[in-house]
Ligand binder design. Structure first.
Ligand SMILES: [Fe+2]
Ligand SMILES: [Fe+2]
Length: 180
């Protein structure tokens, strides 16, 4: 969740995203991933890369959680989720969460595809689709990973990272994610 509480973490991630060696560090970290997963990881924005590397670094003692840290936000597709939509989402989440819920419910009611990818493509291009992606990026990443036959537990962790944690691994991923 984006709240003021993790502002220091977000400032840190923003600074790390400016590091000229970020892509080199990302390539090194992606050595643990399959070729398809590595491609998905490398397609992320610099900010998401910096955030995901920092999340994964906190989970490095568990190889599965490490991969989940790297890939959990891979559903924030750069082509669909622009900077303005991110700010719109964060701004509403902080200042007007009830309005955000109403807008989200409106977008959800129009998203009638089978599965999250079809619903995403069926949502009008622009800020509406961007918000849909923001709301469902965990499931979107999970669907993409499932298509490339990633391990089931990884798909599960990534797909559930926006929901309430139900076991120790989900909790650790959420805590690292929320802090950064
Ligand atoms: Fe996320
Ligand atoms: Fe995240």
């Amino acid at each position: 969740m984006n709240t003021w509480r993790n502002l220091p973490g977000k400032i840190w991630v923003t600074l790390v995203s400016l590091d000229p060696r970020l892509r080199v560090r990302a390539r090194r970290a992606a050595a643990e991933l399959s070729p398809g997963e590595a491609e998905l990881f490398a397609a992320m924005s610099r900010y998401d890369l910096a955030h995901s590397l920092a999340v994964a670094a906190r989970l490095a003692d568990d190889p599965l959680l490490y991969k989940a840290g790297l890939l959990h936000d891979a559903g924030k597709l750069r082509s669909e989720l622009g900077l303005l939509t991110r700010w719109l989402y964060t701004g509403l989440e902080i200042t007007a969460p009830a309005l955000l819920r109403r807008i989200a419910a409106g977008i959800e009611s129009q998203a009638t595809g089978e599965g999250v990818m079809e619903s995403m493509w069926g949502t009008p291009h622009g800020w509406r689709r961007g918000l849909y992606v923001q709301l469902h990026h965990g499931e979107i990443a999970a669907e993409m990973l499932a298509r490339m036959d990633s391990e089931e537990e990884l798909v599960h962790l990534v797909g559930h990272h926006q929901l309430e944690p139900r076991d120790e691994r989900e909790l650790r991923l959420k805590e690292a994610d929320d802090a950064l």
